[in-house]
Design a binder for this molecule. Structure first.
Ligand code: UDP
Ligand code: MG
Length: 341
């Protein structure tokens, strides 16, 4: 009984949002109705400790387009959104915050871009009224740092407010890593992406659920999950220390042989300390390189993602993920073999 026109899924993570949730639903519902009749709204209750859960029950009872997912405890924004992605059935999937900082009316423009053929339409904030100077400053530092260190660029001033095509969401679901920074992962995925400028409003009610601690965790996930640079720093430090210790050793030997300025046993101890110190750093770096590779293997990301397939024998491939043409199969290596035919 699936309608034949494309389905639009909207995922709303909610953590203690009792002050805004009703108003959010009204505005979101109105905005979506103006776009299409075929939509679903998935509210993910991320272990709220206030009345959010009960309010969502009421909202759901009144409207058949609403689905509610309640997590067993607070797992954090990124996991809540990932859970929603797992349940969304739409051909296009939108992520939006519950606090109306991302205006639901912008979704219509996102859908237009999607119909033009873009796979990811990400909201880019041009105006962040009502956010503290500290928040703006930390956010800017966050993106600077990530883009310095990380292997995938994250567009400046983007949050999670975005529309994604089914093929992109399927790709995200195949990335099984536990530490998830969706905006970096979406960037890694590729496909056709476009920015959509919008002004970020003030939080409608309630307070930010992102204290500094959570922001730092997010930044760390962005850096560590997308970069081996911290490991490379260890290796470089090791090499630098070893070079320094060679100088130290020459100095100690010179002191011993050329001057009277030495204590019995001092030369040997000094050289040993320097040598061992330098070697330890190098070994740490080498081990770090291996751990880095184990880490990237353990993440088990797909090797590549296919955006389009032309002229393939559909019947031969129908065993893999039926229904959508724009993806490779479950086993990346198998699909590497099959698409090189
Ligand atoms: N959120 C969540 N789990 C959390 C923290 C936040 O689901 O542990 C949701 C929250 O309800 C909101 C969105 O994530 O819909 C963004 O949070 P918030 O608006 O507090 O962050 P800010 O806009 O201040 O960065
Ligand atoms: Mg907010």
């Amino acid at each position: 009984m699936r309608p034949s026109s494309p389905l639009l899924s909207v995922i709303v993570p909610c953590f203690n949002e009792q002050d805004v949730i009703r108003h959010t639903h009204q505005r979101l519902d109105a905005a979506l109705r103006a776009i299409t009749a075929d939509f679903e709204i998935i509210y993910v209750d991320d272990g709220s400790r206030d009345a959010t859960g009960e309010l969502l029950h009421t909202i759901q009872a009144a409207s058949p387009e609403v689905r509610v997912l309640r997590l067993s405890r607070n797992f954090g924004h990124q996991i809540a959104v990932s859970a929603g992605l797992e349940y969304a059935r739409g051909d296009a999937i939108v992520l939006i915050d519950a606090d109306l900082q991302d205006p639901p009316e912008v979704i219509a423009e996102m859908v237009t871009k999607w119909r033009e053929g873009y796979h990811v339409v990400y909201g880019q904030r041009v105006d962040r009224s009502g956010e503290s100077r500290f928040k703006l400053w930390t956010a800017r530092a966050f993106y600077r740092l990530i883009n310095r260190l990380s292997e995938v660029p994250i567009p400046l001033d983007t949050g999670d407010f975005r529309l994604m095509d089914r093929s992109v969401v399927d790709a995200l679901l195949r990335m099984r890593e536990k530490h998830r920074l969706l905006r970096a992962m979406t960037s890694w995925v590729g496909f056709r992406q476009v920015a959509l400028p919008y002004s970020r409003a003030e939080r409608f009610a309630g307070t930010s659920k992102y204290p500094l601690r959570k922001m730092l965790t997010l930044a760390l996930d962005g850096i560590i999950s997308f970069s081996a640079i911290p490991l490379k720093i260890v290796t470089s430090v090791g090499l630098a220390f070893s070079a320094l210790s060679v100088i130290g050793i020459i100095y100690a030997v010179a002191q011993r042989l050329l001057t009277d300025n030495w204590v019995p046993g001092w030369t040997l101890i000094f050289i040993t300390v320097l040598l061992i110190g330098g070697l330890q750093f190098i070994f740490l770096g080498v081990m770090g390189e291996y751990i880095g590779r184990i880490y990237s293997e353990a993440k088990d990301r797909p090797l590549f993602l296919v955006m389009e397939e032309l002229g393939f024998d559909q019947a031969a491939r129908s065993g893999q993920l039926p229904g959508h043409q724009a993806r490779s199969g479950e086993l990346p290596l198998a699909s590497a073999a099959s698409s090189s035919r």
